[in-house]
Design a protein around this ligand. Structure first.
Ligand code: ADP
Length: 661
């Protein structure tokens, strides 16, 4: 499966940049929003300020028009009162009219040149009038000023007992170019504001009349409150240092705006927070990608360095993955093998049927757990032996998606095994030759006996025949004996021939009793020579599946070892006991001697090839015996012989299964 991860090593650096960009964007957006808010706020404040100034100018003008209008009318009255004899009447008439039209006028006084009240409306009383009256000192001061200037003038503001502030307008009445009197019109400043400032104005603003020293003379307001947004202009025509101060109720940074700012900050914080989360997630993803990349690299390295071929197939048997080792093994490239369906290009044509049958077995989930051997073909046509282990391919969700096989090229191993087997066989054969060589002199002696008997019978026959008086009945028994002796000699020679014959090991039903007797036939001459008694304990035995020749080799080896071990045993005790028992499902064969026994240090190496304690020994006998017995699925071991009178002695035992495995 050749795929590349969609992640490049520089992706984490790019990721950092990508994460930094929205942050920068948000900071800039926030700055722009705040600047916009600030600009809006400033514009709004300026607009409010200019609206305030406009409104204040309008109010001031309104007041001025109103006062000017009144001034003009009183001026007119003063002029008429100068000339007309019925001035008393005119004063009353006009003053009443004026009071009715201008409710903000508290009192209209007519003073003579000596500052005495001639007439007054609405009341004549100066001091007790609730609406206020002209304070004498102020009147005097203003009176003098107006007299001196000769034109109408407002007095300074003054307070009366009830703490209401007033201003008075003084208009001189001339008669024959002399100041003959004065009209004094008093305005309570609060009434002036109450009447002349419209309601809608006080909805928005607080209007005050103050002086330079911040003394408040009159106020008109709906709500008490403080605000920086105020405008002050001189209150003219009343003059006298009066100022008109108008304060806006509305605070320039109102709640809505504040809420908006808070909302912007909260949203920005939210965005930052979510960005932070995203950053965390991205970091985690980046780490996971790094780990995945490392894992992938490790897996690739592992797959590349594997010497075992790996091949994955889907449930239909189509190849979905092969590793480099498998490609090397078969000689096909991954591209050539991918998506291949049976028959695969590496299947050996001559074994197509068997391979396909195995393929079906694997797909049916019945492949042997301990693997199976199969012959595959390389791209160059060369055959190779493979050991294949099949297992289910389970994906991350636990679904069975196909079959995974590990394939080991065992051609070399098989070749080595075959070589070892051949060598072992050669060794066995050599060992047999060695045994035979060792036994040659005794066998020659053995052969000598029938030959000598034949020769003597022959001489007897010849003598009889030379005597000329013989009858066939006399010669016949001798000739029969010659024949018997010749058969005996032939048997010996055939046995030797059989024993040293080189043949493939093959197991066939074999009577162990006969094998033992054959062996005894071989060794009886040597036993006689060594003065050793051999006794046998052979119950009736079923045949066992074994290679007769191999079995003979084992028994001969054990018997000869036993005999050699008894060299130092007193002659009377030299006995070899061969026994066979049937034990469950196997035969137990034992060869016991009364010999030297086996020293512990020897016992450990007993079955090691080429270990011997004998000067002319080769040390391969027991190792070959063990491999022969194991080949027959039996066991071979040595025990001390408890029945030996000398206290030493050994029993070699081996088992042979009754049934072939
Ligand atoms: P070899 O007979 O050529 O020495 P073996 O493999 O048959 O080779 O025996 C190895 C060694 O095991 C012998 O040299 C001997 O020391 C010991 N051995 C074998 N059989 C006996 C026995 N019956 N009693 C005592 N020692 C034995």
């Amino acid at each position: 499966m050749n795929y590349t991860l969609p992640i490049s090593p520089g992706s984490s650096r790019r990721l950092r940049w990508l994460l930094a960009l929205p942050k920068l964007g948000i900071v800039l957006l926030l700055a722009a929003l705040l600047s916009l808010l600030w600009l809006l706020h400033r514009t709004e404040a300026e607009e409010e300020r200019s609206a305030l100034i406009k409104d204040v100018l309008w109010l001031e003008q309104n007041l001025r028009f109103h006062l000017n209008g009144n001034e003009e009318q009183f001026q007119q009255l003063a002029l008429e009162m100068a000339d007309r004899p019925d001035r008393q009447k005119i004063f009353r008439l006009r003053a009443e009219h004026m009071l009715k039209n201008s409710p903000d006028i508290a009192q209209i006084l007519w003073l003579d040149a000596g500052q005495q009240v001639v007439d007054a409306l609405p009341t004549a009383s100066l001091q007790e009038g609730q609406a206020g009256a002209l304070a004498p000192p102020l009147t005097a001061k203003a009176f003098e000023l107006v007299s001196r200037l000769g034109k109408r003038q407002y007095s300074e503001p003054f307070f009366l007992d009830d703490h209401r502030a007033f201003v008075a307008l003084l208009i001189p009445i001339y008669r024959e170019r002399q100041v003959a009197g004065m009209l004094a019109v008093t305005y309570p400043l609060d009434t002036l504001l109450a009447n002349q400032v419209p309601w809608w104005f006080t909805e928005k603003y607080k209007v005050e009349i103050v002086d330079d020293n911040d003394v408040r003379y009159a106020t008109k307001t709906n709500i008490e409150g403080n605000s920086d947004l105020r405008h002050v202009i001189p209150f003219d025509p009343p003059g006298g240092g009066l100022l008109l101060r108008v304060t806006s109720y509305r605070s320039p940074d109102n709640t809505l705006q504040r809420l908006l700012v808070v909302a912007i900050f909260l949203l920005a914080a939210g965005v930052f927070w979510s960005l932070w989360l995203v950053r965390d997630l991205m970091k985690k993803r980046s780490h996971a990608e790094d780990a995945l990349r490392a894992e992938h690299a490790f897996r690739t390295a592992m797959e590349d360095s594997l010497t075992v071929g790996m091949r994955a197939r889907d449930l239909k048997g189509k190849v979905i993955y092969v590793n480099p080792a498998f490609c090397r093994m078969t000689g096909f490239s991954a591209e050539e093998l991918m998506n291949q369906a049976p028959p695969m290009p590496y299947w050996a044509p001559e074994q197509l049927q068997e391979t396909f049958a195995m393929h079906q077995t694997v797909l049916a989930g019945q492949a042997p757990l301990d693997g199976f051997e199969i012959t595959f073909m390389r791209k160059n046509g060369e055959r190779f032996h493979a050991l294949v282990y099949e297992a289910k391919l389970i994906d991350g969700n636990g679904n069975h998606t196909g079959w995974m096989a590990s394939v080991v090229d065992i051609t070399e191993r098989k070749r080595a095994e075959e070589l070892a087997r051949q060598q072992q066989e050669q060794l066995q054969f050599t060992s047999r030759l060695v045994t035979m060589g060792e036994m040659a002199s005794t066998l020659a002696h053995e052969l000598n006996q029938p030959l000598a008997a034949i020769a003597s019978y022959n001489t007897g026959c010849l003598n009889l025949l030379n005597g000329g008086q013989t009858s066939p009945q006399e010669i016949l028994p001798a000739l029969e004996k010659i024949g018997l002796q010749a058969q005996r000699a032939g048997k010996i020679i055939r046995r030797v021939h059989d024993f040293v014959r080189k043949s493939e090991p093959k197991r066939a039903p074999c009577a162990v009793g006969e094998v033992i007797e054959d062996c005894l036939g071989f060794v009886e001459a040597e036993a006689r020579k060594r003065h050793i008694r051999i006794d046998c304990d052979l119950p009736p035995l079923p045949p066992v599946p074994a290679d007769r020749l191999m079995l003979e080799q084992v028994l001969l080896n054990l018997i000869r070892n036993g005999m050699e071990a008894m060299t130092a045993t007193p002659e009377a005790e030299r006995a070899l006991h061969i026994a066979v028992e049937i034990n469950d499902s196997e035969l137990l064969v034992s060869v016991g001697d009364q010999g030297s026994g086996i020293a512990p240090e020897v016992r450990a190496k007993l079955f090691t090839a080429f270990f011997t304690t004998k000067p002319e020994g080769m040390g391969i006998g027991l190792s070959i015996c063990r491999s022969i017995i194991e080949f027959h699925r039996g066991r071979l071991w040595a025990e001390d012989n408890p029945q030996s009178p000398s206290g030493s002695g050994t029993i070699f035992r081996f088992t042979l299964p009754l049934e072939a495995a």
